[in-house]
Write a protein that binds this ligand. Structure first.
Ligand code: SAM
Length: 181
């Protein structure tokens, strides 16, 4: 079964969501909380592009079902924090974290990415609507430390020039590195 939210986002992105089975129905009128999962090959591509390594602290903004956080904790043994606005997705992500046995490393916070404290992050992952990416820029610029990396699945950050771009599964991944101010 496909969720209403995933269908909405899928329609917006011009694709048919394939693996949104775990999410309960979302409010079809609220596109801002639509969930569409990043495929595992793309998650790996995001990690490779960002050069994720032990010692990093990864934040996934709009954590969905927690898959990026669980993969980061499992693959690199790193602390990973997800910010997720939808309470039902928060429940699902927390259950997935427990099921994966990575509760000591992964934390899911319910909240709006536009109000989140990002200062601890050395890697930020994004798969959000373009407008939300744009609204996030001041926060990313103000809070991330030099050396932090941002990697976005599919959508760029407006006129921020990416440090690198690759294509995985037909879609672009973008990398930005925070430099000293
Ligand atoms: C396209 S999904 C990506 C999920 C996951 N990061 C992934 O790549 O598999 C976007 C997620 O962001 C959440 N979201 C949307 N707007 C948000 C906001 N303002 N603050 C926090 N989460 C938000 C949605 O509820 C959804 O779960």
């Amino acid at each position: 079964m496909q969720t209403a939210g995933a269908a909405l986002l899928g329609a917006a992105l011009g694709l048919v969501p394939a693996a949104a089975h775990t999410a309960p129905p979302l409010d079809p009128d609220d596109a801002s909380v639509s969930f569409l999962p990043t495929p595992q090959a793309v998650v790996d591509g995001m990690f490779d592009l960002a050069g994720v390594h032990p010692g990093d602290v990864l934040y996934d903004l709009g954590a969905g079902d927690g898959r990026i956080l669980i993969a980061a904790a499992t693959r690199f043994g790193i602390r990973a924090v997800g910010i997720e606005i939808n309470p039902r997705m928060v429940e699902i992500a927390r259950a997935n974290v427990r099921r994966a046995g990575v509760e000591k490393l992964v934390e899911i916070r319910q909240g709006d990415v536009l109000e989140a404290d990002l200062r601890e992050a050395s890697v930020v992952t994004l798969f959000l609507f373009p407008e939300l990416n744009l609204k996030l820029r001041p926060r990313l610029r103000a809070q991330l430390r030099p050396g932090a990396r941002i990697v976005s699945h599919r959508f760029d950050l407006g006129d921020w020039a990416a440090d690198a771009q690759v294509t995985v599964n037909r879609y672009p991944l973008y990398l930005w590195k925070i430099r000293a101010r």
